[in-house]
Ligand binder design. Structure first.
Ligand code: GDP
Length: 478
């Protein structure tokens, strides 16, 4: 693997001449148009890194100032943030629309809900916030970036179709994130609806309906006739109450960007869900590598507001660039600080292009166990038939010993997909494919996310490898 000097210079945004000088000092004599090995490029990147370290520390301090733990007495109840998940065509979008229309339009005289990526509904004097991008992919992609905004997952299962592959994925993604699940059994207006069959199928995945002695709330609904929607909303509030969701509204804001785009007229706009504190017009902010000063805040009804407290989604105007979904937003002391942090982060990002990651690999599993860094080995199993998934799952989980718990967080039939990679990345898991391979997109993503994917054709070889890795006896790969 090698890279052209000019291209490398561009990537790390450093003058090529400066890099050539460093190369000469290392005894590497090349021209701008020649290639250097990745190894050498990495060394150069490291040299820049050392200079950076001091600045990065400064940044961390600045952000930490705003990331302090709140005192118990400062915490106040906050509304739950809800994500809708489920198999395609089971009615996620319809359900979100039904909730929005039944609760929002009637109360807001003439107020048309704006699409800002999330919306709020009022029930009596309580609020619920719904994320408007349904599906576990967006949910886990955010989690992979270190952001978790969802408090409750609504699992939509069509009563006439039952549990389907993406239903199972959604369950496992929600479980991996430790987010409680409420099941909405949808389309009960249909004559072919069979809610009991859905409940029956869900038991196989550890979701036992309350009425059957379990602790999973299942609400029969119809997004079409709006039947059961009110009950569903009540159940969300009930679960939220049990979670005792709280945050301190009286501190500088911390939140997560859930959507962002470049608007022709208004410039970069981003929707943030505030998680702590209160975001105000005039605040200096940093979000990922971008920064700005809040020029205006717009709520989900299109109204200009002066501030937004915990759980409340608002659109922000005033960022210099478009941030990424999943970026964490902080209000900082002043705009100059915001700009400096942004510049440092950009620099760091460039360097990280060559930095190694701390994702788990079988090769260094043992040393990580020894250092106490790993207590759980999360595995995703994909295979060509369900029987193999089950066999592997059982055999792998049996490898659990005093030091490490082996946990299969997701198992499924079919090729290894991008969704599997994202889940692995978010959960620090490795992926085992049995008689299946990653598709092209998944392979690229795995490389980028540095997720380890191992494929096997013989079950005991997979088991042997994991066992050897746990003991630090894995044959090195060349
Ligand atoms: P999504 O892919 O999960 O977002 O599903 P959609 O919301 O797009 O719904 C898929 C299809 O199911 C659409 O044709 C909807 O009109 C239909 N649908 C959704 N909810 C219901 C329902 O409660 N009853 C009936 N009869 N059809 C529904």
């Amino acid at each position: 693997e090698s890279v052209r000097v000019s291209e490398f210079a561009e990537r790390i945004k450093k003058p090529a001449t400066e890099i050539l000088k460093k190369l000469i000092l290392m005894g590497v004599f090349v021209t701008i148009n020649q290639e250097i090995s990745f190894e050498v490029a990495e060394k150069i990147a490291e040299q820049y890194n050392i200079l950076l370290e001091k600045e990065v520390k400064q940044e961390r301090e600045e952000v930490l100032i705003n990331d302090f733990e709140d005192k118990e007495e400062d915490l106040m109840p906050r509304p739950p943030v809800v994500t809708v998940m489920g198999h395609v065509d089971h009615g996620k979008t319809s359900l979100l629309d039904a909730i929005r229309h039944s609760k929002v339009v009637e109360t807001e005289a003439g107020g048309i809900t704006q699409h800002i990526g999330a919306y709020t509904v009022d029930i009596n004097d309580k609020k619920i916030v719904f994320l408007d991008t349904p599906g576990h992919e967006a949910f886990t992609a955010m989690r992979a970036r270190g952001a978790q905004v969802t408090d409750i997952a609504i699992l939509v299962v069509a009563a006439d179709d039952g549990v389907m592959p993406q239903t199972i994925e959604a369950i496992n993604h929600a479980k991996a994130a430790n987010v409680p699940i409420i099941v909405a059994i949808n389309k009960i207006d249909k004559s072919s609806a069979n809610p009991d069959r859905v409940k029956q199928e869900l038991t196989e995945y550890g979701l036992i309906a309350e009425e059957w002695g379990g602790d999973t709330i299942c609400v029969p609904v119809s997004a079409k006739t709006k039947q059961g929607i009110d009950t569903l909303l009540e159940m969300i509030l009930l679960v939220a109450e049990m979670q005792e969701l709280k945050a301190n509204p009286n501190r500088p804001a911390k939140g997560t960007i859930i959507e962002a785009k470049l608007d022709k007229g208004r410039g970069p706009v981003a929707t943030v869900i505030v998680q702590k504190g209160t975001l105000k017009v005039g605040d200096s902010i940093i979000a990922g590598t971008t920064y700005g000063k809040v020029r205006a805040l717009i709520d989900d009804k299109g109204r200009k507001v002066k501030s937004a407290g915990p759980s409340i989604p608002v659109e922000i105007l005033g960022l210099a660039e478009v941030p990424n979904a999943g970026d964490i937003l902080y209000a900082v002391s002043d705009e100059k600080t915001a700009r400096q942090i942004s510049e440092m982060r950009k620099e760091k990002e460039r360097q990280q292009y060559f930095a190694s990651s701390s994702k788990i690999t079988l090769q260094d599993l043992f040393s990580q166990i020894q250092e106490g860094k790993v207590k759980e080995l999360n595995i995703i199993v994909k295979a060509d038939v369900q029987g193999s998934v089950e066999a592997l799952k059982q055999a792998l989980e049996k490898l659990t010993n005093d030091e490490v718990k082996v946990r299969v967080i997701h198992g499924g039939v079919g090729a290894i997909t991008e969704s599997d990679i994202t889940l692995a990345s978010a959960s620090n898991a490795i992926i085992i494919g049995f008689n299946v391979r990653p598709n092209n997109m998944a392979m690229q993503l795995a490389e980028r996310e540095k997720v380890e994917v191992k494929t096997y054709r013989i079950i005991y070889e997979a088991i042997d490898d994991i066992q050897a890795a746990m003991k630090g006896m894995l044959e090195p790969e060349y």
